[in-house]
Design a protein around this ligand. Structure first.
Ligand SMILES: [Zn+2]
Length: 226
């Protein structure tokens, strides 16, 4: 599918939690014992995540956007890590940032690794696999399992959950594409698909409209019955 379709499906997917929060009349809701997900914070990362798996295409809209997103995120997490490390040396006793430093540093290292491995990625292979999805979800599991509940961790949690929602939406959309998705790569090289839509075709445009209608019905059901 093209970048435009992925942005539409990613945005629509990220808006499902927004509909839930509107139905519950709250800005955020708990999706683990301690951590709160703020759907509005997760919206932009969901759109970025929806372009994520096409990072292996350097000249695609997604490839360019994700390279830019990676560059900005690496800079952001690098600066935050440095700031936390410096504050650890000087004001440790006041705010004890060590609990936050390691996860932020882990995300920084993960992003650097992804950037370094980019040039060897083959299209519709590793980045479109279920294995890559699991790796992308690791920081979420780490935050749920090991990070204390603070405003900063909830913001990080919301950014990363939003990014994962977008990433899943990309694989979902590509599963309707003729080329399919290698869900079980590297165990199984087969590309699975449930439709034969050709990228850039009229059927892809119909698919976008179909998604808008289906997601619209889902929002309505959430608002009426949740
Ligand atoms: Zn793709």
């Amino acid at each position: 599918m093209n970048g435009y379709t992925h942005i539409v499906v990613g945005g629509l997917s990220g808006a499902i939690p927004v509909a839930i929060s509107i139905a519950e009349k709250k800005f955020g809701f708990s999706i683990s014992a301690e951590h709160v997900y703020y759907p509005l914070i997760g919206m932009l990362p969901a759109i970025a995540g929806s372009l994520g798996p096409d990072i292996d295409l350097p000249n695609s809209k997604g490839g360019k956007a994700v390279r830019l997103f990676l560059k900005s995120s690496i800079t952001f997490f690098g600066v935050v890590s440095l700031g936390l490390a410096v504050s650890l040396c000087f004001i440790d006793k006041l705010i004890r940032p060590v609990n936050v430093l390691f996860p932020v540093l882990a995300v920084f290292v993960l992003l650097c690794l992804v950037r370094l491995l980019l040039p060897i990625a083959k299209h519709r292979r590793g980045t479109h696999s279920g294995l890559a999805l699991l790796i992308i979800m690791l920081p979420v599991l780490y935050i749920i399992g090991y990070m204390p509940d603070t405003a900063l961790t909830d913001v990080l949690f919301s950014i990363w959950v939003g990014f994962c929602i977008g990433w899943v939406s990309h694989l979902f959309a590509d599963t309707f594409n003729r080329k399919g998705v290698p869900w079980f790569y590297p165990l199984d090289n087969r590309h699975y698909h449930i439709a034969h839509i050709v990228t850039g075709s009229k059927r892809e445009r119909t698919f976008r409209i179909f998604c808008i209608v289906v997601f619209g019905a889902v929002y309505l059901a959430i608002l009426l019955f949740a």
